[in-house]
Write a protein that binds this ligand. Sequence first.
Ligand code: DGL
Length: 269
Amino acid sequence: MIGVFDSGFGGLTILRAFLKSLPAVNYIYLGDNARTPYGNKSQAVIYEYTRQAVEYLFGMGCVLIILACNTASAKALRKIQQEWLPNHCADRRVLGVVIPLAEAGAAATRFGRVGVIGTRATIESRVYEQELIKIRKDLKVYGKACPLLVPLVEEGWVEKPETSMILKKYLRHLKDKKVDTLIPGCTHYPFLQDKIEKIMGKSCTVLNGPETVAEKLKNYLFRHREIDERLQRRGETTFFTTDDPERFRAFGSKFLGNSIKLVEKVFLG
Ligand code: DGL
């Protein structure tokens, strides 16, 4: 099984892409809805919450976990991989979304000017910048925290003029810096993809986050047969949330683009 973890509903946009590109694999989705959002929390809290989720998903039999949450990938993944995993589940893997998106960003840029948008925690971590520069030293990376976008998407305000206005304000800085590639570093931004593309204009490539991550996962499994061989393949997905399962079912179906039937409640920590 592959575990897909997010602070809430957002990671369902990533799971949706996995289900399209690797439909036979069994998945477990866990949303920490009771403690969302992570985007404005401290590193210590994000690490602890993420570690608890990872422990839970390994306990459910996952061989590989994808932190679909950019904030968790930015603030907790490295410590989990370097300190926790070797002492607890050394034969299993935890991966995030930052490296796949950074690799795609570095490959896409024509003039070496890359923009990144995300939650405050993701942008302040500068993790995208570090990963991009590891790949290509000459890149210029510009980050912009967009803390209002997650609540606007969750409120269903995507089509409201206020949202376009706020987006324009956030993206102004990156347009001024003449970025030619933009990494949408947050689970919620696929809902704003068209608007972001329109504002950034034709001269800027806006990555498709979920598709990019799904493609990289396929490639990872191809290169890591020892993990791939241990995955069950019956095309089953189960959903867990730390908050109200009924709300998750109703609201999550919108993020997944498909109806969610059964959701179970879990307690972490
Ligand atoms: N899932 C988070 C991310 O991708 C956004 C929501 C939150 O702040 O928890 O960064």
